[in-house]
Design a binder for this molecule. Structure first.
Ligand code: ATP
Ligand code: MG
Length: 777
C-alpha cells in the first residue's frame, strides 16, 4: 500500500522530492519565485501523513494568509483522499497509527485534515492561547482568560490616545499617538515587555513610551483583550515562563513547517525555535534533532520590513537550527532552480529587475516554459485611461481565447485606493470581480461613511445614514443620547431629523449632548444651503473638511488610517471625474451613479471573477495574465522610499513579487498624469520600468495593429464595440432581464461609461447596466 502512496509526487524534480521525503531534522528550502516551494511544502505534509504515518494533529504548518491556509488544507485533503481511495477498508485502518483506530471510525475522514493546524502565525497562536492563556501572567501580574477578545488596530489606537492625552497628560505634539502606538508595536515584535523596553531606552522619550506601553497593557488586561502583536508575543513569553506548557506543545508538534519564511519577525522566529528545540534543553536532549523543522522562503520576496520582518532570519537558518557538524550543515539546505510558473520573458524581466538590488544573494532561476509573449508596457494619459486600457485588454483576451476565463486575470497595484477607477468600469460593464484581501471600494467603511453624509444631506428622511454619521467622527453624541432621540422620534411619529431640529426636545437632553446636537444640526443646515451654490466637488470637499472626518483620520495616523484617508481622497477624485464626464452634475446624480454598485448581483462562491489586489496581497499567488499598474515614481516606488535606499530595495522586491505572479502574459502600465488628492499631477514613469531588460518589452504594442499573428492583440472592432450599443435617451421604454419593463429616467456618462437609471413598473427606480437592457419600441 505504501508504494502506491509514493507515486503522488513522482512528477516533482529530484530536489523537490528530496525535500518532500526528508523526514527528520531541520531543512531549509531557498528558491526564487514560482519554483515550487509552496507545492513542495504541501506535498511534504501529505507525505508525512501517508508515508510516515504521522498523525495530522502532530503537524503545525504556518502560511502567510488565511486564504493560503484554506488552499493548502484543500490540497492536502485531495492528495489524501486520492491515495486513500486506492486502499480497501482494512488497509485504511492499518494505515492509521494504533491509537487513532478507534477514533477514526466515528469520524469522517474529511475532518481528519480539516482540523489540522494549518494557518497564519496569528490564527495558530491565538488557538494556542485559547488553551493556555490562563497559565500566563506577565511581569506586572496582568492576566487574561480564555475568552479574550482581539482588538484591531483602531481599538489599539484609541487606547493609546486615551493614555497619552488623558491618563498621562502628555504633550500630544511630542508624543503623537501614532508614533507611540508604532513604537509599542515594534517593541512587541522584537519581544520586549514594558519593563525591558524601559531598560533598553536611555532617553526621556523612550522611557515615556515604555510607560505608555505599560498603561496600555493594563487597559488591555482590564478589557480581557489582546492586540495582534500579543497573539505572537504572549505565547513566546508563556513558553519561556512555563516549561510544562512548552513541553506540551513541544510534544504535540513533531513537525513544524513555515511558508514565506523571509517575512518572519524576531518574535515569530522565537516561537518556532521554542517549539522546535525546546529552549535551553536543546543540547542535552539527544533526540532534539529528531524533530523536523521545515521552512521555505525567498529573500527577494521579503516585503514586510515595516512589520519588523527580517529576512536575515532566513539567512541564519542553518546556523540557528543546524547543529554545526559539517555534513549536517550542508544537508540542511535545498535549492530549487527551476521555475514552473512563468514564461521565459517574464522570468528574465523579474531577474533583470531584482539584480538592481544590492542586498541579496544571487541565485539561479531557470525557465521551464517557452519564451512566451513579450511584456507589454503601456503609457496611458491618466488613471481613467489606464483603467480603460486594462479592462479593454481583458475583455478582448477573454473573448478571443476560449481557455481564458475571468479568473485568469489579476490587476495588481501599490495602494488600495487605486482600485476605484477599475471597479467603476467593471461595475458598469457588468464584469465580475473580487478585491482580494480587502473590501470592494464602495463597501469600505470610510466610503460608506462619506456617502452617508452625502445621502443624508440630499435626503433628510434617510435615518440609516443619519445614524451612521451623527457621531462619526466622535462629536460627543453618545449611544444613550441617540437612543433617547430615536425613542422620542418614535413616540412623536416624526422623522428623527425633525426631532433633532426641534429645540424643545433637544433642550431636554444633558447640557453637553444638547450642545453637540445643536452644532451638528447647524452644520447640516449650512451644507444644505450650499447645495445649490457650490459645485458638487466643492460641496463634498467642504463636507469632508468641516465635518472633521478628514482630520479625525489624520489624527489617527496609523497605516490603516492613512489607507482610509487615501480612499476618501479617491472618492473625491471620483466626484471630479463625474463632473468631467457628465452634463447634468448634481449630488443626487453622483449618488445615483455610486449606487450602481450595490445594484449588481453579488458574486456567488465559485463564480469566475477578475482579481484585484495590492501587490502585498498577491504574494504566493499566480495568474495566467497579470497587470501591474501605476508604475510611476512616487507611487511605485512609493514616495517614502525615494530617499531611502533600503526602502527602495524593498519596493523593488515588491515589484519582483508582482512580476513573478504572471504565468503567460504580463502588462505593465503607467499614467502620464494622475489625480492625486484632487489635483491632476504629472507623473513620471517608474524607474523600475527602466531597469527591465529593454528587449523584453513592447511599448504601446496595443496601438500598432499590424502584427495580426498575435492572438493577444485586440481587434479594433473589439475596442470600439461600445459604439454598437443603442443610443439611450430619457423616456425610452426598456426591458431588463430580471426587473422587467421600465422607463429610462437618467443617463449617466457617455461612450463606454454609460449607466442608466430606470423606473421599473413594479420595482421602482434602479440604476442598471445597459448591457442588461433591451430597447422596446
Ligand atoms: P512563490 O515564491 O511565488 O510563493 P513557489 O515557489 O511557492 O512560488 P509554487 O506556487 O509552489 O511556487 O509553484 C509554482 C507553480 O509551479 C505552481 O503552478 C505549481 O503547481 C507548479 N509546479 C511546482 N513544481 C512543479 C513541478 N515539479 N513540475 C511542474 N510544475 C510544478
Ligand atoms: Mg509560495
Amino acid at each position: 500500500s505504501i508504494s502506491t502512496t509514493t507515486q503522488f509526487f513522482s512528477h516533482l524534480n529530484p530536489n523537490q522530492r528530496f525535500a518532500v521525503e526528508h523526514f527528520c531534522g531541520p531543512l531549509l528550502v531557498v528558491a526564487g519565485a514560482g519554483s515550487g516551494k509552496t507545492s513542495t511544502l504541501t506535498y511534504r505534509i501529505a507525505n508525512l501523513i501517508l508515508q510516515h504515518r504521522v498523525n495530522p494533529e502532530n503537524i503545525l504548518a504556518v502560511t502567510f494568509t488565511n486564504k493560503a491556509a484554506r488552499e493548502m488544507k484543500e490540497r492536502v485533503q485531495n492528495l489524501f483522499s486520492e491515495q486513500l481511495a486506492l486502499l480497501d477498508y482494512g488497509e485504511k485502518l492499518n494505515f492509521l497509527p494504533e491509537y487513532e483506530k478507534t477514533k477514526i471510525k466515528s469520524r469522517v475522514w474529511h475532518n481528519y485534515i480539516k482540523e489540522m493546524w494549518i494557518g497564519t502565525f496569528h490564527s495558530l497562536f491565538a488557538r494556542v492561547l485559547r488553551f493556555d492563556i490562563e497559565k500566563y501572567q506577565d511581569e506586572q501580574g496582568r492576566k487574561w482568560n480564555r475568552n479574550f477578545s482581539i482588538f484591531d488596530e483602531s481599538d489599539s489606537q484609541t487606547l493609546v490616545k486615551e493614555i497619552v492625552s488623558k491618563k498621562l497628560n502628555l504633550d500630544d505634539k511630542k508624543f503623537d499617538s501614532r508614533s507611540v502606538r508604532y513604537a509599542i508595536s515594534n517593541a512587541k515584535n522584537q519581544g520586549f515587555s514594558p519593563g525591558e523596553l524601559e531598560l533598553e531606552c536611555n532617553d526621556y522619550k523612550g522611557r515615556v513610551i515604555a510607560q505608555v506601553y505599560s498603561h496600555y497593557q493594563d487597559k488591555l488586561a482590564e478589557n480581557n483583550a489582546l492586540d495582534f502583536d500579543d497573539l505572537i508575543l504572549l505565547p513566546a513569553r508563556l513558553f519561556q515562563q512555563n516549561e510544562q506548557v512548552l513541553g506540551y506543545w513541544h510534544q504535540k508538534f513533531h513537525h513544524v513547517l513555515v511558508d514565506e519564511y523571509q517575512d518572519t519577525n524576531r518574535t515569530q522566529y522565537q516561537l518556532i525555535q521554542q517549539l522546535v528545540t525546546n529552549g535551553e534543553r536543546k543540547k542535552s536532549n539527544r533526540n532534539w534533532n529528531q524533530r523536523s523543522v521545515f521552512v521555505v522562503g525567498d529573500a527577494d520576496q521579503s516585503v514586510y520590513s515595516f512589520r519588523m520582518a527580517d529576512f536575515t532570519i532566513l539567512l541564519e537558518f542553518q546556523r540557528d537550527f543546524g547543529d554545526g557538524l559539517a555534513d549536517e550543515y550542508t544537508s540542511t539546505m535545498v535549492k530549487l532552480e527551476e521555475n514552473y510558473r512563468s514564461s521565459e520573458n517574464i522570468l528574465q524581466a523579474a531577474n533583470g529587475l531584482i539584480e538592481n538590488n544590492t542586498q541579496r544573494i544571487d541565485k539561479i532561476l531557470k525557465a521551464t516554459k517557452g519564451s512566451g509573449e513579450s511584456i507589454c508596457c503601456h503609457t496611458a494619459d491618466d488613471e481613467v485611461a489606464e483603467a480603460q486600457f486594462v479592462i479593454n485588454q481583458i475583455r478582448t483576451l477573454e473573448n478571443q481565447n476560449p481557455e481564458l476565463d475571468w479568473v485568469s486575470f489579476a490587476i495588481l497595484y501599490r495602494t488600495n485606493a487605486q482600485s476605484r477607477p477599475f471597479e467603476d468600469i467593471l461595475v458598469r460593464l457588468g464584469i465580475p470581480y473580487t478585491v482580494v484581501g480587502s473590501l470592494k471600494f464602495y463597501d469600505r467603511k470610510e466610503i460608506k461613511d462619506v456617502l452617508a453624509y452625502l445621502r443624508f444631506i440630499v435626503n433628510p428622511s434617510d435615518m440609516v445614514s443619519l445614524l451612521r454619521i451623527i457621531n462619526t467622527p466622535r462629536r460627543g453624541i453618545g449611544k444613550t443620547t441617540i437612543n433617547n432621540l430615536v425613542n422620542a422620534a418614535h413616540e412623536l411619529k416624526k422623522p428623527l431629523w425633525e426631532v433633532l431640529v426641534d429645540e424643545i426636545s433637544v433642550n431636554n437632553l444633558a447640557g453637553r449632548a444638547s450642545k453637540s446636537i445643536k452644532n451638528f444640526v447647524q452644520m447640516v443646515i449650512n451644507w444644505r444651503r450650499e447645495i445649490d451654490i457650490l459645485s458638487v466637488s466643492k460641496l463634498v470637499k467642504q463636507i469632508l473638511e468641516s465635518s472633521g472626518y478628514i482630520d479625525s483620520l489624520k489624527d489617527h495616523g496609523t497605516d490603516e488610517a492613512e489607507n482610509r484617508l487615501q480612499n476618501v481622497r479617491e472618492l473625491f477624485n471620483a466626484v471630479l471625474q463625474f463632473e468631467e464626464e457628465n452634463e447634468e452634475v448634481s449630488l443626487e446624480n453622483f449618488l445615483a451613479s455610486t449606487a450602481l454598485n450595490s445594484n449588481l448581483d453579488d458574486l456567488k462562491e465559485g463564480d469566475s471573477a477578475i482579481s484585484l489586489m495590492t501587490l502585498h496581497a498577491s504574494k504566493g499567488l499566480e495568474f495566467p495574465i497579470v497587470f501591474v499598474i501605476g508604475l510611476e515614481q512616487g507611487l511605485f516606488p512609493n514616495y517614502r522610499s525615494m530617499n531611502d535606499p533600503m526602502a527602495l530595495e524593498e519596493e523593488r522586491r515588491l515589484c519582483y513579487v508582482g512580476i513573478t505572479r504572471a504565468q503567460d502574459r504580463l502588462y505593465l502600465s503607467h499614467a502620464k498624469e494622475r489625480r492625486l488628492y484632487g489635483y491632476r499631477e504629472p507623473a513620471l514613469r517608474s524607474q523600475f520600468l527602466n531597469e527591465l531588460p529593454e528587449d523584453l518589452l513592447v511599448t504601446q504594442f496595443c496601438k500598432s495593429q499590424k502584427d495580426t499573428k498575435n492572438t493577444f492583440l485586440p481587434k479594433s472592432s473589439d475596442i470600439s464595440n461600445y459604439a454598437s450599443m443603442p443610443c439611450w435617451k430619457v423616456g425610452n421604454k426598456v426591458l431588463h432581464r430580471t426587473f422587467g419593463m421600465g422607463e429610462i429616467t437618467h443617463v449617466f456618462g457617455g461612450g463606454d461609461k454609460i449607466s442608466l437609471a430606470v423606473k421599473f413598473d413594479y420595482l421602482g427606480q434602479k440604476i442598471v447596466n445597459p448591457l442588461q437592457l433591451q430597447q422596446v419600441n
